[in-house]
Design a protein around this ligand. Structure first.
Ligand code: THU
Length: 130
């Protein structure tokens, strides 16, 4: 599948502008291409109870299911300046759960696979009955 990284980043930037981040003042936007060819996005949504805040990736994964599900083929995440941002550790796990084989991420050190940003990942395959 052809990946338009510029368009994906633009979509992440658009989502970032919708963020609710009054506590950190660190808005984040994320966008992904699904295996159905759809572009989905999400933004962080914080909370007065700080630890309850939702990362942009949480919002993105909810959107994935809202539009009917699927797997993530390509992913881009940006900060308030529109610069590429690395997903936090928890969110790498979240993305791993829904990755399409060979999922690609736009990172601060170039395009990388989900396997590179979360090596030796624990995932649903480990829960399969043997
Ligand atoms: N944040 C994300 O939304 N995604 C990440 O991968 C990194 C961190 C958010 C959480 C919090 O609202 C703000 O950035 C500052 O940590």
């Amino acid at each position: 599948m052809e990946i338009d990284w510029v368009a994906l980043k633009a979509e992440a930037t658009k989502a970032m502008k919708k963020a609710y981040a009054p506590y950190s003042n660190f808005p984040v936007g994320a966008a992904a291409l699904t295996d159905k060819g759809e572009i989905i996005s999400g933004c962080n949504v914080e909370n007065a109870s700080y630890g309850v805040g939702l990362c942009a990736e949480c919002s993105l994964v909810s959107e994935l299911y809202r539009v009917g599900g699927g797997k993530l083929v390509a992913f881009s995440c940006v900060d308030g300046a529109g610069s590429t941002l690395m997903p936090c550790g928890r969110c790498r796990q979240l993305l791993y759960e829904h990755h399409a084989p060979g999922m690609l991420l736009d990172t601060v050190s170039g395009i990388k696979t989900i396997y590179e940003v979360l090596p030796d990942a624990f995932g649903p395959e480990h829960l399969e009955q043997k």
